[in-house]
Design a protein around this ligand. Structure first.
Ligand code: BEZ
Ligand code: FE
Length: 298
């Protein structure tokens, strides 16, 4: 048997995939092997360092359950989640480019680990912030396609942490749904709801990923944001946030999710009448954001 030199190993592994019958899988695995070997050669990876990496990945897996996804957090904090989002958006933008009537679609960002399926379906104008720490904020805007045509009956899932930076999923063993809802746009594509003005908060940093961030000299914080997931028949699903423009950490989001186009001013108002006619006995904020969805064919 011919002996393989270090720089020949990657090609040997790739060569063993000659009978693979899934071209895309073969392409992805070949590139993974090529770059992983190049990485190990570049840093002259020592055996104890590789073992430390394996122990780190093992601990990351052991931290995962139905409420905690440490691997997504690893992907998020290494910028890979956002890279994959950007690659997909570039693909959609290229598909749209030929359409003369197409405006720019709303930018996507990371979903994060705190999405929960089955949030309560509420009426437009509902208040999901009542009883939770935080200052009241009224969110409103319109959902259209990239040509500006309103999209009625678009499902809008919204979720955020409370004013102290905690999601419902982080509250005890079997936490009730809180600060989340599914709404549907009206005939003109409009949406509105009340919640709180989200505060900045740290991503969960009590596990292996938190240890990695600490060793890297990084902070774990995200700027304040409201998560939004939009689903309308005939349109691409959009996963995004709106970010609070006066929040700390906009320039150093731990998961690299900030897009300038998603940063929104939360206008402060004194106690009194709100845009929906409600009378508030304390100051409140309003935030307007219009979404543009991509037709599914793109
Ligand atoms: C979030 O915004 O909920 C989030 C995103 C990525 C990692 C952790 C949390
Ligand atoms: Fe979040």
């Amino acid at each position: 048997m011919a002996q393989l030199e270090a720089q020949e190993l990657a090609q040997a592994v790739i060569g063993r995939m000659a009978d693979c019958r899934e071209p895309r899988f073969q392409q992805v695995m070949s590139a993974l092997v090529k770059h992983a070997h190049a990485f190990a050669r570049e840093v002259q990876l020592a055996p104890d360092e590789w073992m430390a990496a394996i122990e780190f990945l093992t601990a990351t897996g052991k931290m995962c359950d139905e409420k905690r996804q440490e691997f997504i957090l690893l992907s998020d904090t290494l910028g890979i989640s956002m890279l994959v989002v950007a690659i997909e958006q570039a693909r959609v933008a290229a598909a749209l480019r030929d359409k003369t009537d197409a405006g720019r679609p709303t930018e996507a960002t990371v979903r994060g680990p705190f999405y929960r399926d089955g949030a309560p379906e509420l009426e437009l104008g509902a208040d999901i912030g009542q009883g939770h720490a935080g200052e009241p904020a009224y969110y409103h805007g319109r959902v259209t396609d990239t040509a500006g045509k309103p999209i009625a009956n678009c499902a809008l899932d919204v979720w955020s942490s409370d004013g102290e930076g905690f999601y419902d999923l982080q509250q005890g063993a079997d936490p009730a749904m809180a600060l989340r809802a599914r709404l549907r746009t009206d005939q003109d594509g409009n949406y509105r709801f009340w919640s709180i003005k989200p505060s900045c908060y740290p991503v969960p940093d009590d596990g292996p990923v938190g240890g990695m961030l600490h060793r890297m000299g990084r902070h774990p914080n995200r700027p304040g944001h409201m998560h939004m997931l939009l689903n309308a028949p005939g349109h691409e699903r959009l996963v995004t946030h709106i970010f609070v423009s006066d929040s700390p950490y906009l320039d150093s989001d731990a998961v690299f999710g900030v897009r300038d186009s998603l940063v929104v001013d939360f206008d402060q108002h004194p106690a009194g009448p709100a845009p929906d006619g409600r009378i508030l006995d304390k100051p409140f904020y309003t935030a307007r954001y219009d979404f543009k969805l991509v037709p599914a064919a793109a």
